[in-house]
Design a protein around this ligand. Sequence first.
Ligand code: NAD
Length: 495
Amino acid sequence: MISEKAKTQLLIGGEWRGAENGGTYEDSNPATGAALADVAEASKSDVDAAVAAARKAFDAGKWPSMAASRRAKIVAKMAALIAERSEALALLEVRDNGKTLSTAKGEMGAIVDCYEFYAGAATKNYGETIPPPLPTYLASTLREPVGVVGAIVPWNFPLLLASWKVAPALAAGCTIVLKPAPATPLTAIELGKIALEAGVPEGVLNVVTGSTRELGQWIVEHPAIDKIAFTGSTATGKIVAATAAQTLKRVTLELGGKSPSVVFDDADLDGAVAGALYGIYYNAGQTCEARSRVLLQAGIYDRFVAAFTEKSAKLRVGNPEDPQTHVGAITMREQHEKIKSYCQIGAFEGAKAIFGGCPPSLADPFTSGLFWSPTAFEADPSHRIAREEIFGPVVTFVRFENEADAVALANDSDYGLSASVWSQNIGRANRVARAVRCGTVAINTPYAIFPGVPFGGYKQSGYGRELGIETMRSYSETKSLLTYVGEKPMDPFRV
Ligand code: NAD
């Protein structure tokens, strides 16, 4: 496992090596500012080498044409190795990202589940038998691996989001160039080691690290890559889609969100408050599916806000390694600045601050860490803080009168990732769930992310689905196979 002050390397073609030009950048712990590692700064030539290794491993055919049951065993072995090392991996994630230990431990369990799910899926990437188009034909489809995948991930759930791509891509028989986010590269490097140990052949999983946006851009531009699996912001997703179009790569995009919690008068107040609280402050609000807009029906509004405010005051913010902490650090200084600036925008626009809006005061060694207190505003739906993705522990409360208003408000967004509906009237909850245009609706629960349940966005939250069995299709091409079985030879010209 990577130890403090380590010097990390790139994984290319089964070998660990420094960046070709010897470059490194410093990766630090956002909770304390302490230096963690000198990370290899890949240049374009390193990307070329990683793509060439992945291409060679794919074209050689060993991995893509290996019996699916054998690939499945290797993916399952990765799950076992991650489970074995989950304590150490969780701690590494905490130090690199600033998230709380309890959050990171939960993620390790979800990562193991993800590899186990796709180990099972590897042998079930079925084609179809098609009713014969003519009596003299047999027709069927095969699912073949799409080829070399460029997997680009953000910093909020580093190993989890890498695994959502790596596990199905490996199961489908693809080879991969994985690029973690600049601020959180360490668990992706550990994943490279685990893959090799589990028996993933050399060149099948390559890991390139670097601090620049160009690194991702080079991967998306590279003509020898077949598919880009991207998770990140909607702004970058648009650049990725436009760039990938130049070489007509297959693309899946998991992008940003501004997801609502819709709370009706008939909701169980305690459950809705607890769920909405977790829905925004979990992972310090740095979650794509954070329920950052709480839409409240007029009859429950005051009671809900009072109960939410009371509960928020009990949240412990600070030391991410303390198992009692609820809200850890903000991963990057730019993100901390962004949260601060949105709180200022909210106040400037006339939103009413209810609590928070500033960093907490913490003792050493966290005085120079990047923390933000849980924050809430009463807002108008037109306010920027109620419309734009802040990606921090900042929630807005907006009032509505009836079901039609609730649906209109929930849908009044460029995003469409997730929503929660809180109501004890199951008919209403299901009606609203169907009317809200987003990829996942959770009824009476803040989250609904499990392997097997497809996850992804409508509208500008992206396209494609992760975590589902259908995800295997996005790492596959469909090949149609026609066999002539007539007694006489085919002779269409009859000459
Ligand atoms: P980002 O878009 O800035 O970066 C994401 C990744 O893309 C990073 O690895 C980055 O280095 C790389 N990148 C940057 N410029 C690139 C380019 N031109 N071409 C290719 N790659 C490039 O996002 P971020 O700030 O790291 O992450 C936060 C965002 O991710 C939020 O908007 C959040 O909602 C979103 N997110 C979405 C999901 C989801 O499943 N929908 C999950 C987690 C995070």
